[in-house]
Design a protein around this ligand. Structure first.
Ligand SMILES: [Zn+2]
Length: 372
């Protein structure tokens, strides 16, 4: 025990260990839990009683595969609480509702150009209210609502800085919250998107998460937690991959963002992403050449990240939906570039796609529920 820690600290730590083990694994017996956590049976019993009283776990029975007596196992009640996350990006508002798993239960997307005006935020508030009504959300189960801003570079209690056409603008978060009828927590989208991805990843405890939208962000995840060296770390979109290359939204040249953001692709093709990928599928040679060039630049960026972190790299965001079908080509390029002979399969597509930042935003409330 650390000096100064109290019995209460120890109890909270033990509870966190039990909750993390239960909510990140298949249902297990009490004995499994003792083995996995290293805690004593009386401690486990005490915590399980508390979690049952809170409605977070229930008991079930699972048939023994060897034909013996059915074993009693502990089942997390994932649908005992829901959270809602709103992600506002340059051209779109995405709202998602997820449970404690977190499983994406409902989603909605509305094309809407971002602007920091009363009209815009009032419209987002209306979308949220429609979403809540449409999904008949039970207020007693709603843990909270969060908002995330895709191009935020720093986020404090009262102000956020974000990229806006080669300028860094300030957003008054107190004012933004005032436009909503519900209490809104404001989070960093990339970091929380990474958190959503890492939450259920038992097998891969350390990952780098790349969220690819109009701009590219990311998160470095270790043991399911975000590594925050500074507010600007993991802004992978602004890694320099071409000296004196294309102009980037940050005002500099040659950043990954200028080659691999959705904005870069739609800017080059002069089409929407749907139209562009339809063109690729129907054999448009100009679009196919653009895509190949896109994948090469993306591979350069991902290869650099791999060399630094040597972890799996998970791709999320709007672009991940389209890249799903070209992941093998990307992996081939990565394998060719890797200096250590690593297979390119270390890069893969994340599970929440374009809703990653929305699901991730809601996790703040899931965490609060599970740790209180
Ligand atoms: Zn840049």
């Amino acid at each position: 025990m650390e000096r100064g820690s109290t019995n209460r600290d120890v109890r909270l730590t033990n509870r966190k260990v039990v909750v993390n083990t239960l909510f990140h694994s298949e249902p297990m017996t009490k004995q499994d839990l003792v083995i996995k956590t290293g805690l004593s049976l009386p401690t486990i019993n005490y915590i399980l009683k508390d979690l049952t009283a809170q409605g977070l776990i229930t008991q079930g029975e699972k048939l023994d595969s060897s034909g013996g007596r059915p074993a009693s196992y502990i089942q997390p009640v994932f649908d005992s609480g829901y959270s809602i996350g709103i992600n506002v990006s340059e051209n779109c508002v995405r709202i998602a509702m997820s449970d404690l798993a977190p499983k994406l239960l409902s989603k909605d997307k509305s094309p809407m150009a971002f602007e920091d005006t009363k009209e815009y935020w009032t419209a987002v508030n209306s979308l949220l209210k429609q979403f809540i009504a449409k999904n008949s959300v039970n207020p007693s189960k709603l843990l909270g609502i969060s908002l995330s801003l895709t191009s935020a570079i720093t986020l404090h209690e009262e102000k956020a800085s974000y990229f806006n056409n080669q300028r860094i603008d300030q957003l008054d978060l107190v004012q933004v919250r005032n436009y909503f009828d519900h209490d809104i927590t404001i989070t960093n989208s990339s970091k929380m998107a990474g958190f959503a991805q890492a939450w259920g990843a038992m097998e891969t405890e350390d990952i780098v998460y790349l969220t690819m939208n109009e701009t590219i962000g990311g998160a470095i995840m270790s043991k399911r937690d975000v590594l925050n060296f500074s507010s600007k770390n993991a802004m992978f979109g602004h890694m320099s991959i071409e000296k004196d290359g294309r102009k980037c939204s940050c005002g500099k040249k040659g950043c990954l963002d200028a080659y691999c953001s959705t904005r870069a692709l739609t800017g080059l093709s002069g089409t929407t992403l749907d139209e562009f990928f339809e063109g690729v599928d129907t054999g448009n040679p100009a679009y196919q050449a653009i895509l190949e060039d896109y994948l090469i630049h993306l591979a350069v960026g991902i290869n650099d990240i791999r060399v630094i972190f040597d972890t799996d790299i998970v791709i999320g965001g709007e672009m991940s939906t389209y890249l799903q079908r070209y992941i093998e080509r990307l992996q081939e390029l990565l394998r060719e570039m890797n200096p250590f002979g690593d297979p390119g399969t270390y890069a893969r597509i994340g599970k929440y796609g374009e809703y990653d930042s929305s699901v991730g935003a809601g996790l703040v409330h899931n965490n609060r529920r599970l740790s209180s």
